[in-house]
Design a protein around this ligand. Structure first.
Ligand SMILES: [Ca+2]
Ligand SMILES: [Ca+2]
Ligand SMILES: [Ca+2]
Length: 315
């Protein structure tokens, strides 16, 4: 009997451990071509992404599955400090590596950029060789606007109002994030292109409104107490916000210059329990166009319009 209890305890511990490790998964796309590493980096940025940065064995396997017969650049380099490999975006030291046997071999300091082999292992190579690129995308909204759901479904939607980006879709909803889209200056009546200019986070009775780079925080009941649930950091014209609900921490990163709002989560409670323009976060991309009534929209326009926030002033 004791033996059985120990086994049951072990099983439940394993389940808990795997459930609490649930992060929003990155999505990858191959850009075919003959690029130097520097050009490959630009190619990814042009489409709202960045050169891939695999940080776990699982992410490396997911990336490897895209390169059946060719090799590609990824976003890791030792250009800035020989033999210390860092992520290209922020120059932080890598936390995971998968070098092939006898690599990195540096070749007298001539090999500074990482090539992904077809078997998923890495090689340092001269940055001026010509390869394709594996780009990575954050879930959220970028530019005019490239939308990507938590489950990696990409679409464009030219809204011109406030929309629900994502919210707690459980019975006792605790949070909602809404975003304001406005037409770009170069929009014409025939071709409207819009982008995010502001967003609003409400968690319980606390809110933060971010308009451009202005942050306005308070309580929906009017009390002027310091905000506690939503944390905000502002640095180099970027704003990063965090809040935690149940076992899950959501992180929003806002880069005004690119009108980019990326969202990630870490935690399992909201698996399949979110809704809005970023889908339901159940790991399946094809079911992401659910409207507020639970039915599935036929296209991105119908889906997007269904998440317009009622009663807001629009253009
Ligand atoms: Ca090197
Ligand atoms: Ca090498
Ligand atoms: Ca889904």
């Amino acid at each position: 009997m004791l033996h059985l209890l120990v086994i049951l305890a072990a099983i439940s511990f394993t389940l808990t451990a795997s459930q609490t490790n649930e992060k929003s998964p990155p999505t990858y796309e191959v850009v075919y071509g003959e690029f130097t590493w520097f050009e490959a980096k630009q190619e990814c940025e042009k489409i709202g992404g960045f050169l891939a940065e695999p940080r776990t064995p699982a992410e490396n396997v997911k990336m490897e599955s895209l390169c059946a017969s060719e090799t590609y650049w990824i976003g890791i380099t030792d250009l800035n400090h020989e033999d210390i490999f860092t992520y290209a975006r922020d120059d932080s030291t890598i936390i995971y590596s998968n070098f092939a046997v006898h690599q990195p071999n540096s070749w007298d300091g001539e090999q500074d950029c990482i090539q992904l082999y077809t078997d998923g292992t890495w090689n340092d190579l001269s940055c001026f060789e010509h390869l394709g690129a594996i780009c990575q995308f954050a879930s959220g909204c970028h530019g005019d606007p490239h939308m990507r759901t938590f489950d990696g479904r990409a679409y464009t939607f030219q809204g011109t109002c406030w929309y629900t980006l994502f919210k707690d879709c459980t019975e006792h909803s605790r949070f909602e994030i809404t975003t304001k889209f406005e037409p770009r200056e170069d929009s014409t009546p025939d071709q409207v292109r819009t982008r995010i200019v502001a967003f609003n986070i409400t968690v319980g009775d606390e809110y933060s409104i971010i308009d451009g780079l202005d942050i306005n925080t308070g309580r929906t009941d009017g009390q002027k107490t310091e905000a506690r649930v939503i944390t905000t950091q502002k640095k180099d014209k970027k704003i990063k916000l965090n809040f935690t609900s149940k076992n899950t921490t959501f992180t929003l990163e806002w880069t005004l210059r690119k009108h980019a709002l990326s969202v990630t989560y870490d935690g399992s409670f909201y698996h399949g329990k979110l809704c809005g323009l970023m889908g339901n976060a159940d790991g399946i991309a094809v079911n992401d166009f659910q409207k507020p009534d639970g039915s599935v929209a036929k296209d991105a326009d119908e889906f997007g319009e269904s998440w317009k926030v009622n009663g807001t002033k629009c253009y």
